[in-house]
Design a protein. Sequence first.
Length: 236
Amino acid sequence: MQIPVLAYHKIDEPTSDIKLRGAFTSSKNFARQMRYLKRQNYKFYTASGLIDFYLENGAFPPRAITLTFDDGWKDNYTNAFPIMKELGIRATIFLVSSCIGKRSAKVVADGEGEREHLALEDILEMSEYGIEFGSHTLNHKLLHQVPDEEVEFEVTESKKEIENLLQKPCRVFAYPAGFCTAAAQNAVKRAGYVAAFSTVYGDRENVNLYALNRIEILRRNRFLFQFARTIKPLRS
């Protein structure tokens, strides 16, 4: 079953030193994609709002879509947020909580330089507008590669930090690189999240709230017909 959730990363153009460019979507293409979704009469939900509807009704709402952004990059504020405000779109951003307000290389590909993450004031402004913030762990550790106790720490401490910053519940989680082991799923449940999102590693046949697939929107979707083809399963 296809979950009506899209996964973005960077809303920006890659610089010349970037080796892996798939996670980049230009602001121009992002705007085109959002206007397309509006024309197609999709209704935008935050991730937790979508899950709340599912828990109450046993199905996802018709024409629903949720935008998610992994890693909490500064360009989500500078490039994506103005477009979302213009079009009246809500979304969910998954933060690596130790990177808030910093330039960091924790999340970039090997060999690439540091990149700027969202500042606290950016997050507070976006939260006031209605953007939801979830956890993408404390340090972006790949949870299939670390001991269970470290998984527990990454999952729980990031939740606490985000809730302390926003004074709001942090209800949803996204696995770094999508790796959602049984131990990681159990840790997320124990921490009190209502759902957790993967990518290609999620459950394809059932709605497992702690291993939800998302459709990744990558640089190869830069032409609108490619984007429309990628999200076509949401309409079937």
